[in-house]
Design a protein around this ligand. Structure first.
Ligand code: ZN
Length: 270
């Protein structure tokens, strides 16, 4: 009897091991949304398409794209339910996004814990304004095509992982103040030759959801094709999707020139 039960136990154990399939890591489901007004000579398939291709090459992500012209604006209840992180680019058609779409998106962020990443001109998008309960406005916007220096100021935040300070060769400048609630962390700051210094990548936790704003990315320059920006967005998606977590104590790195100009930038008249 004893021998039999031992044999049984062995069988059960071996069987158990054989049947316990190795747990396949669940991919992070990323939905990349755009209104699709990006210039086609820079972004043939939109900023959403460019980033979907970049992220899609990494095993952690399963990427889909959606756009304003899709049924239910590409953001149906079912589409959102199958999304872990929504990445949003909008510029000229913010007002075409319906209030129903916006309230669905905000509900999925706050109540279900969907991550959200707002890119560049999405500071004026309806989901950002509704989620952050703010106007999302900066004090000025000048598309001058000058370089911006990006500085890592929270080096131990997972969004900065593998990233060093870098230069974006041509950018549009926005200037502080940026009307949003105090972020829980600022990961990058940026400086220009004008003497302005801005918060460039910042994050909030909104009830169950994590929210990221990424300031650079004017659509007339190929900014989202830069490997550093693609890494930054991938890191942001992993954080917003709760695959990574910020340490309890964030380091602050003092780096780069201090601001010598504040408020709106007025370009010299030519
Ligand atoms: Zn822009």
């Amino acid at each position: 009897m004893k021998k039999l039960s031992l044999t049984l136990l062995t069988l059960l154990l071996v069987g158990g091991i054989a049947y316990a399939k190795p747990k396949k890591a669940q991919k992070l489901r990323v939905l990349l949304w755009s209104e699709q007004t990006e210039p086609r000579n820079i972004y043939p398939s939109g900023i959403s398409g460019a980033l979907a291709e970049a992220l899609g090459k990494q095993k952690e992500f399963e990427c889909k794209t959606a756009q304003l012209s899709d049924p239910e604006q590409g953001l149906s209840e079912a589409a959102l339910r199958n999304t872990d992180v929504l990445i949003w680019f909008g510029h000229k058609k913010h007002s075409d996004v319906t209030d129903e779409t916006v309230s669905r998106v905000v509900r999925h962020i706050r109540e279900r814990g969907m991550g959200f990443i707002a890119l560049h001109s999405a500071h004026f998008s309806k989901p950002l304004k509704a989620a952050l309960k703010a106007t999302g406005s900066w004090s000025s916007y000048v598309n001058f095509g000058k370089p911006e220096q990006m500085w890592v100021v929270a080096p131990n935040h997972p969004i900065a992982k593998g990233l060093k300070d870098f230069t974006i060769p041509q950018t549009e400048i926005y200037t502080e103040p940026f009307d949003v609630p105090q972020p829980e962390a600022v990961i990058f700051e940026g400086t220009w030759e004008t003497g302005h210094r801005n918060r460039e990548v910042m994050v909030w936790t909104l009830d169950k959801g994590r929210f990221v704003y990424v300031r650079p990315g004017h659509e007339e320059y190929p900014i989202f094709f830069m490997p550093q920006m693609q890494r930054l967005i991938a890191n942001a998606a992993l954080w917003a999707g709760k695959r990574t977590h910020a340490p309890a104590k964030l380091e602050r790195r003092e780096v780069g020139p201090k601001a010598t100009a504040s408020g709106p930038y007025r370009p010299p008249k030519t």
